[in-house]
Design a protein around this ligand. Structure first.
Ligand code: TMP
Length: 202
């Protein structure tokens, strides 16, 4: 059995990462999970984060809530799965916090990172798959659903988030793979499967 790996999907809302995470987890027989909301406690935290009636959540408090979700998720789901020999595929990870709360909300990225070092300890994703799609594709997909609190944050916010992801990917190319997710679903899945095999040998 190969050493278990922890793979995270990142990207904009509507980029197709949930579908691709599910497909990759199936192919690897991995535990499929997500942040936020990958645990029962996390689901309660996620409800606060996404609630459009929550209009007064402070950016620092938001950052601590996503970090709390993560601490619970890593302790309850990710580490036990890895320790039992299973691969883990997660829809989002610590890098979403750096992108959304750091680059997006404009909090100092070094501060956001140090809070998360405590939540993550040594369980950082082995590989991050950053799914990219042109802005107009995301906008079209978004127009078909009711938007949550993050999705209503505005174009500039989302542009900063995407720039943040791109910057982190460029700075850490051994850990990140950028995948053009604008093509047919099967083609994107094949690209991802190939990248995971090349990078991690699984
Ligand atoms: P998703 O379930 O569609 O991926 O949406 C989750 C939303 O939560 C998305 O808008 C990004 C946001 N989010 C953060 O702002 N920080 C985080 O750390 C995580 C995991 C998600």
């Amino acid at each position: 059995m190969s050493t278990p790996v922890y793979i995270a999907f990142e990207g904009a809302e509507g980029c197709g990462k949930s579908t691709q995470a599910r497909r990759l987890a199936g192919a690897l027989d991995a535990v499929l999970t997500r942040e936020t909301g990958g645990t029962r406690i996390g689901q309660r935290l996620r409800a606060i984060l996404h609630d459009t009636d929550v209009t007064d959540l402070n950016d620092h408090a938001e950052t601590l809530i996503v970090a709390a979700d993560r601490a619970q998720h890593l302790a309850e789901v990710v580490r036990p799965a890895l320790e039992s020999g299973r691969h883990v595929v997660s829809d989002r990870s610590v890098y979403s916090t750096l992108a959304y709360q750091g680059y997006g909300r404009g909090l100092p990225v070094a501060d956001v990172r140090s809070i998360n070092v405590w939540a993550v300890a040594d369980t950082w994703p082995d590989l991050v798959l950053l799914l990219t799609v042109p802005d107009n594709v995301t906008a079209r997909r978004m127009s078909k659903r009711e938007l949550d609190r993050f999705e209503r944050a505005g174009d500039d916010f989302h542009r900063r988030v995407q720039n943040g992801f791109a910057e982190m990917a460029a700075a850490d190319p051994d850990r990140w793979v950028i995948v053009d997710a604008s093509g047919p679903i099967d083609k994107v899945s094949a690209t991802i499967r190939r990248a995971v095999s090349e990078r991690l040998g699984v």
